[in-house]
Design a binder for this molecule. Structure first.
Ligand SMILES: [Zn+2]
Ligand SMILES: [Zn+2]
Length: 347
């Protein structure tokens, strides 16, 4: 009998720790698990594992991995322009995060579970040869590279407030990686990329869908973008596997972003993706984590998303948020621009 959803966790992932003064808190994963352990009988914890060097090289350049290793041994220095400091053991800690995500993928591929969650993962900014935005190794990209050996078409959905540039550009010319990225408009937020005009290159043109949202966008915008654009896009693509990056820094009040989602909006989106995955590919879907800088709110959101995969989404305690009329008008004009310009909609 196939279990519904695995929660991949052990304390090895907690080593991905930039220190107490840094906004990225890996402990959110543990907090989400603790919440579930208190109240959710269906919680099925599976231990993580470390990735091998060869697995990391499925996406990352060996020279870059050597550089990370040197910084990791030294335990000091900056791996990017300033947001991503090296720490002692950051090489091994990054391999732990990559391994946790690969474990989630394996649990689904083996048929033991229809779905799995590895909220330690979701480090979507790291590029083949660079760290960026708190991300040293890109677990999502390594998992996609691995899945591409097996499947012709895999889908990556990115719900983080920031554009998932490391994944998007890592597979920009690969028609077998369908990317959908909803994020706060890059003209107002790091890393600045993700215009709706970026749709993939060469043979892959039309396989990438960027949904840049005006600051202040609330659940109404998120849910209609998914219902009107993303669902038809994915129904048409029919991928064989889904990886969903669940960065929760789009929650209202996040200190690093300016969107106004609530857990209700995120849950609705996860439910839509869950349904499509069952229709398209026997439910094969893995959730990973990502950003989110109010730890308690993020842990709550992730716990709810995991419950949704088990078919028992929590009752949303709050009302879905609504956008101001001025924000709604801007979002509607983005949606019509996408319909007119994107190869998948404009025919
Ligand atoms: Zn983010
Ligand atoms: Zn399911």
């Amino acid at each position: 009998m196939v279990g519904s959803a695995a929660f991949v966790y052990d304390d090895s992932v907690l080593k991905y720790d930039f220190g107490s003064g840094h906004p990225f808190k890996i402990t959110r994963v543990r907090m989400a698990m603790d919440r579930l352990a208190d109240s959710f009988q269906e919680l099925q914890i599976e231990p993580a594992r470390s990735a091998t060097r060869a697995e990391a090289e499925l996406f990352h350049d060996p020279g870059y991995l050597d550089l990370v290793k040197r910084f990791s041994t030294a335990g000091a220095g900056l791996l990017d322009g300033g947001d991503t400091p090296a720490f002692k053991g950051c090489y091994e800690a990054s391999l732990n995060v990559v391994g946790a995500t690969l474990r989630a993928v394996e649990l689904v591929l083996s048929g033991k579970y229809a779905h799995a969650a590895s909220f330690a993962g979701g480090l979507h900014h790291a590029g083949r040869r660079n760290a960026s935005g708190f991300c040293i190794m890109n677990d999502c990209a390594v998992a996609l590279a691995l899945l591409r050996r097996r499947f012709n078409k895999v889908a990556y959905l990115d719900l983080d407030a920031h554009h998932g540039d490391g994944v998007m550009y890592g597979f920009y010319s690969d028609p077998g990686v369908i990317c959908v990225d909803v994020h706060q408009d890059g003209r107002t937020l790091f890393p600045g990329t993700g215009s709706y005009l970026e749709a993939g290159s060469g043979e892959a043109k039309g396989t990438k869908l960027n949904l840049p949202l005006p600051p202040g966008s609330a659940d109404d915008v998120l849910v209609s973008m998914f219902g009107d654009l993303v669902v038809p896009f994915l129904e048409q693509a029919r991928p064989d596997f889904f990886i969903v990056q669940c960065g929760a820094d789009g929650l209202k009040g996040d200190p690093l972003a300016g969107l106004s989602f609530t857990q209700c909006g995120y849950l609705r989106v996860i439910e839509m993706l869950h349904e499509i995955a069952h229709r398209a590919c026997l439910g094969r879907l893995v959730l990973v984590g990502g950003g989110g800088y109010n730890p308690g709110a993020v842990a709550e959101c992730w716990a709810g998303e995991y419950m949704a995969l088990s078919g028992k989404p929590p009752i949303c305690g709050t009302k879905p948020s609504t956008s101001l009329p001025s924000v709604l008008r801007k979002a509607e004009s983005v949606m019509s621009a996408i319909r007119e310009s994107h190869p998948s909609f404009s025919g």
